[in-house]
Design a binder for this molecule. Structure first.
Ligand code: BGC
Length: 978
């Protein structure tokens, strides 16, 4: 009896010492349970959830084990950190035994608070190492070249004529085409560049080709900018298969796959994983990403089959600005299945010449052109064991130059959600137009029942013409048309595999009878980055604006940050990426996404230090102001948002090279030369900022961010060096461009917003610059004039300078040009230009008129950081600044929430007369400075109590119109009078 009561006392004591907090959301390199990590010292993070105010971690304990069993018995054979006195709960570097390829790491963590109470162990999590050495790969590159090279299929071009429609002007391009034949196939984008002629400038042209395959004469006619593929199946997507027997029980099986192109792997009749457009876009001349799948449950004892389809994708398809077959001509696949049997023996099945190849029902597939699928050509059981393979050929083997193989860094592209159409109309006889209600990026899933051979054509468009037909001229050289040829076997369901489109409207043609509403479903695709932010306020138009920004980000973050998803571009434009990156970090957790892309940025830099215009670099490096600077601004922003020092460490050499390049390519620190394709304040509204002013300002800004990066990494000497350089550039800028009255050359809104944001104005002229900025906006009846470069800085600089009234009017302006102008006219994404469509002029020049370009949506940062008032006070939000901006002339309430790397931060405020209610939530293990808007701190209460009696709230000072408090974690309810 005594024993029992002693035990009870001990248990009660233990319970009292347990922390009422949970350790959750364990992540490795930002990812949940990732497979294929190639960092040998990956970083670990968790979130602490607690209802207590002021919860802080004083210590942690991490266990990493090689099996779930060991972890369960609290044995960290790979790493037992012991109790580490540290507040760190993010970016903790694994410091256990060296990790080798394929190592599975099961881990958990617990924490202690300030009073020494510990939490329970977290739930277990996992990461698995990828293939770290090139010698881990025994797979070979396989291709379908054997299909095209089949004997008896010799391809001969007999006559090829490129002419104006009608034939008045023409050029003989027979010899040019003949030169493009490789392995009995010819695939080429029929444009002036490829054909080496322009017989009729500015006119529509066609290409007529007489050719012979295996002695049989044929003829083909296509329009300019269309894809020529000879013979007809030359660009048919191939499929591969490999059968094998497994004789005994399997313990585990892992599939490693990559492709120069796009792959979809199957095992025993089912698709492997849920990733699409794998293996991601990189500069395939330098590196490729591979994916790792746990396929244990997909294999069985007995006969098994691996199948793969292989599309062109970014590697050998059409990739924007005319880049066709930019990296290579024929896609290739590399896959390696590694099996561990229950008895410990291992077996490996890898791509080699024993794999078989055949054409698939995908007749052609290309990002810009679209996909054509002939359901009549389906091969039942192509991805299962037991198929008669007599019609299949051995796959061809290809040697590839050495390149880096990288594991996972970013969340992959996946199907994110599905949209049902909102309406269906017949725009012309037989033309069925669906409105998806949202400009989206992805593909259409078709559900149709029609006779065999019926060819259903699916057009995609962002807008409608006034007569209700689809508007496609802004797609330029990206027709974006899918075709489905029915098998006639009842209800058929299909969606394309290796393409995507940007669209709100879908037009079906080729059907004999009216289609039903459910014939079309929109499948939204994107890099599957976790959503992090929500914002709403009392003005529904701003809520729509926020939704448009979110959708713009979603649709343009597809493997890399792109400019737009619909026309023949979709490139990793650096300028767009940098103007939007801060907004992006509020909307989603983009840390992994940028970790991956910044490698592509680095790959694109020249040895001399010039950054490219687009990354992956397919356009050369031009050192364009504000575009090249993405190589500094993006790593800095990711560091600031996630506390990621490693991204700075990795990118610091290229940041230094860039700044030194700029120094070498300027005159007296003025960027008056070598600015490449300088785009200036791109798409501004009639207020051109001098390009050398932008160039010099960005030179200063990059130098300043570089100095701060050096400081963050403890490189004090470098920090001092670049701080001094920044001061010198600033002095040169002021001397050259700033008048004594504070006027900046060009006198534009971008001039002043940029100079204030970059800290380029002398102290005594700051107020003047802000005044000129505000006056310019006011003189335009509260309209903006900036393009991509200045737009994101307008509202923050107005607000920081005290022009809240002007900021409110500008933000809620809905006449042209303004953010809400497009919202008023039904936009569901951010338009590329202010005047994409206007009531008086209709559509802008289709040469440059995307309706899904996020850059002008970089005001999103203001919604979260200013109206919601959520900002990092130190990198990674380990300390937080809450400073809501109450736009009294425009809003009565607002709420913002942001899932930081430390957990959820939330604010909401409501104004009733002059009474303000402000609620703030701060996550555990962080502290916050809260600025409560009020003229008099004396009338501020928290949870109905005077501040003196409020738990965990410390008054710091009254500053201007804010009472400033310091708090720890928890939820706080402030009331004040403003
Ligand atoms: C893209 C932009 C890009 C620009 C360079 C355009 O074609 O769509 O967003 O930044 O070129 O000025």
């Amino acid at each position: 009896m005594k024993r029992l009561s002693q035990t009870l006392v001990a248990l009660t004591f233990l319970a009292a010492k347990m922390l009422a907090a949970d350790v959750e959301d364990l992540r490795c390199e930002y990812l949940k349970d990732p497979l294929g990590i190639d960092s040998v010292q990956p970083r670990l993070s968790w979130i602490i959830t607690s209802n207590h105010r002021g919860e802080m971690q004083s210590a942690y304990h991490i266990l990493v084990a090689s099996s779930p069993k060991l972890l369960k018995s609290d044995r960290g054979d790979l790493w037992d950190s012991g109790k580490v006195a540290s507040p760190d709960s993010t970016q903790i570097v694994y410091s256990g035994k060296p990790l080798s390829s394929r190592q599975a790491c099961y881990w958990k963590a617990r924490v202690w608070d300030q009073s020494g109470s510990s939490s329970h162990w977290s739930k277990p999590a996992l990461w698995e190492m990828g293939l770290l050495q090139s010698s881990d790969w025994s797979a070979q590159w396989i291709t379908s070249e054997s299909l095209a090279a089949m004997t008896g299929r010799e391809l001969v071009i007999q006559k090829a004529v490129y002419s104006s429609t009608g034939g008045a002007m023409h050029a003989d391009v027979t010899a040019t085409l003949a030169k493009h034949i490789e392995g009995n196939r010819l695939v080429l984008l029929a444009d002036n560049r490829a054909l080496g002629a322009d017989p009729a400038p500015n006119q529509k042209k066609t290409l007529e080709v007489d050719y012979a395959v295996g002695g049989q004469t044929r003829r083909k006619e296509i329009n300019e900018n269309e894809l020529l593929s000879l013979p007809d199946d030359a660009d048919q997507v191939p499929c591969f298969r490999k059968t094998f027997d497994l004789s005994r029980r399997i313990k585990s099986a892992t599939l490693y796959v990559t492709a120069l192109g796009l792959y979809e792997m199957h095992i025993n009749g089912a698709k492997v994983g849920d990733i699409i457009l794998a293996p991601d876009w990189t500069d395939y001349r330098k590196r490729i990403r591979y994916q790792t799948y746990d396929v244990t449950g997909m294999l069985k004892i007995g006969p098994n089959a691996l199948g793969a389809m292989l599309g062109d994708g970014w590697y050998s398809g059409h990739i924007g600005n005319g880049g066709f077959q930019y990296f290579g001509k024929v896609p290739a696949l590399m896959a390696q299945l590694e099996i561990t049997y229950a008895d410990g023996q291992t077996e490996r099945i890898a791509t080699d010449s024993s794999w078989k190849v055949h054409t698939s029902p995908i007749v052609s597939s290309d990002f810009m052109q679209g996909e054509t699928y002939d359901a009549r050509a389906e091969i039942a059981g192509w991805d299962k064991a037991g198929l008669n393979e007599s019609a299949w050929l051995p796959a061809a083997i290809r040697e590839e130059p050495k390149m880096e193989f990288d594991g996972i860094a970013s969340p992959p592209v996946r199907e994110i959600e599905e949209l049902k159409p909102k309406s269906l109309k017949e725009s012309a006889p037989g033309h069925w137009v669906y409105d998806m209600g949202q400009n989206m990026v992805g593909v259409v899933r078709l559900k149709i029942s029609a006779p065999a051979g019926t060819k259903v054509t699916i057009h995609h468009a962002e807008m409608l013409n006034p007569d209700g037909t689809i508007y496609v001229t802004n797609l330029r050289g990206a027709p974006s048309v899918d075709h489905y040829i029915c098998s006639g076997k009842g209800t058929e369901v299909w969606h394309p595999h290796f393409t995507f489109h940007g669209f709100r409207y879908v037009e079906l043609t080729g059907l004999d009878s009216p289609p039903s509403m459910d014939a079309v479903t929109g499948i939204v695709i994107a890099s599957d980055v976790p959503r992090a932010g929500e914002f709403s306020c009392s003005d529904p138009r701003l809520n729509q604006l926020q939704s448009n920004i979110q959708w713009g980000q979603l649709g343009n973050y597809v493997s890399i940050p792109t400019d737009c998803p619909q026309r023949d571009e979709r490139l990793g434009w650096m300028g767009d990426a940098q103007v939007f990156v801060r907004t992006a970090t509020y909307n989603a957790d983009v840390a992994g996404f940028f970790t991956k892309w910044l490698v592509d940025v680095d790959d694109g830099q020249t040895p001399e230090g010039s950054f490219s215009d687009v990354s992956p670099n397919t356009m050369g490096a031009n050192s364009v102001p504000a575009w090249g600077d993405a190589g500094v601004i993006c790593p800095w922003t990711i560091y600031d948002a996630y506390g990621d020092k490693r991204i700075l460490e990795k990118n610091l050499p290229s940041m230094i090279k860039w700044v030194e390049y700029l120094r070498a390519h300027s005159t007296g620190l003025i960027r008056d030369k070598d600015r490449g394709n300088d785009y200036g304040d791109w798409l501004n509204n009639g207020a051109e900022t001098p390009k050398s002013v932008i160039g010099t300002a960005f030179f200063a800004y990059s130098t300043h961010l570089l100095a701060k990066s050096c400081e963050a990494l403890g490189r004090t000497e470098d920090a001092a060096k670049y701080n001094a350089l920044f001061e010198d550039i600033k002095a040169a800028f002021v001397k050259k461009y700033v008048g004594e009255d504070g006027r900046i050359r060009g006198d534009t809104q971008t001039d002043y917003a940029m100079a204030l944001k970059f800290g380029l104005m002398p102290d005594d002229l700051k107020a003047k610059a802000a005044e000129y900025l505000a006056h310019d906006i006011q003189s335009r009846s509260n309209h903006l004039s900036t393009g991509f470069i200045g737009v994101g800085y307008l509202l923050p600089m107005l607000t920081d300078s005290g022009y809240l009234d002007t900021a409110g009017k500008l933000l809620t302006q809905d006449t042209f040009p303004s953010w809400l102008f497009s919202v008023k006219h039904g936009a569901t994404t951010i338009w590329e230009r202010w005047d994409g469509w206007t009531p008086d002029k209709g559509f802008q020049d289709p040469g440059m008129n995307s309706f899904n370009h996020y850059s002008l949506g970089s005001c999103g940062e203001y919604l979260f950081g200013y109206i919601g008032g959520i900002r990092p006070a130190s990198p990674g939000f380990s300390s937080i600044l809450i400073k809501p901006t109450i736009l009294t002339n425009s809003l009565t309430w607002a709420q913002a929430q942001y899932d930081s790397i430390h957990g959820r931060i939330a604010t909401s405020w409501k104004l009733t007369g002059n009474k303000l209610a402000l609620n703030v939530t701060i996550p555990a293990n962080t502290t916050a400075t809260i600025c409560v808007p009020t003229k008099d701190a004396a009338n501020v209460t928290e949870s109905g109590k005077s501040i003196k009696r409020a738990e965990g709230v410390r008054f710091v000072r009254q500053e201007n119109d804010n009472a400033i408090y310091e708090v720890g974690s928890g939820t706080y309810k402030f009331d004040s009078e403003i």
